[in-house]
Design a protein around this ligand. Structure first.
Ligand SMILES: [Zn+2]
Length: 185
């Protein structure tokens, strides 16, 4: 089914598409770059650093990221902890998780008003395809490594609600309930 990218919009929990395991994209498919462009636009206007296709209602393995350098962080790699502009990842696979999991407060454009501590290993490697069909493998740490793990979770139907500490879940209980309630109206 062809997609009109101008109709894409960010969907919120508890939309079903956020819980589905997304399907691989066809590498080299012509409509992916228009979808990715629109996703980058939506990510920027929402002031996010990453956005996965299920978050715009598309159950396909594609995400975009634009991670700025962390303020106050002097060790900017290698491996990098930021991107140098927006990057598109097709059919991404994570490997080589390194280091003891660290807590960090994450938010999600599909979970407005919810933030919680999520434990993730600080360093990870990603293998993916770009829009030209070229495969690439890179390692990252810090905020970029965290962003990759958060976005690949989206492609598997996993949300920060599933990963946040019990304390964070309790703290966000009423915000989660509000989202569930507003979806039923
Ligand atoms: Zn998210």
């Amino acid at each position: 089914m062809p997609v009109d990218p101008s109709n894409l919009a960010i969907v919120h929990y508890p939309a079903d598409v956020l819980r589905r395991k997304a399907k691989p994209v066809e590498i080299g498919s012509a409509d992916l770059s228009a979808i990715a462009d629109q996703m980058i636009r939506l990510m920027r206007s929402a002031e996010g650093i990453g956005l996965a296709a299920p978050q715009v209602g598309l159950s396909i393995r594609l995400f975009v990221a634009d991670v700025p350098p962390e303020s106050g962080r002097t060790d900017q790699g290698p491996p990098p902890s930021a991107t140098t502009g927006p990057v598109v990842y097709l059919n991404p696979v994570l490997s080589g998780h390194q280091g003891a999991p660290e807590p960090y407060e994450e938010g999600c454009l599909s979970l407005p008003d919810i933030r919680g501590d999520v434990l993730r290993p600080p360093t990870v490697t990603i293998t993916a395809y770009d829009l030209q069909g070229r495969q690439f493998t890179t390692q990252a740490t810090g905020l970029l490594a965290r962003c990759w793990q958060h976005e690949v979770d989206h492609l598997d139907g996993v949300l920060i609600l599933d990963r946040m500490t019990q304390m964070s879940r309790l703290r966000n209980r009423s915000a989660i309930r509000d989202l569930e309630r507003s979806a039923r109206l």
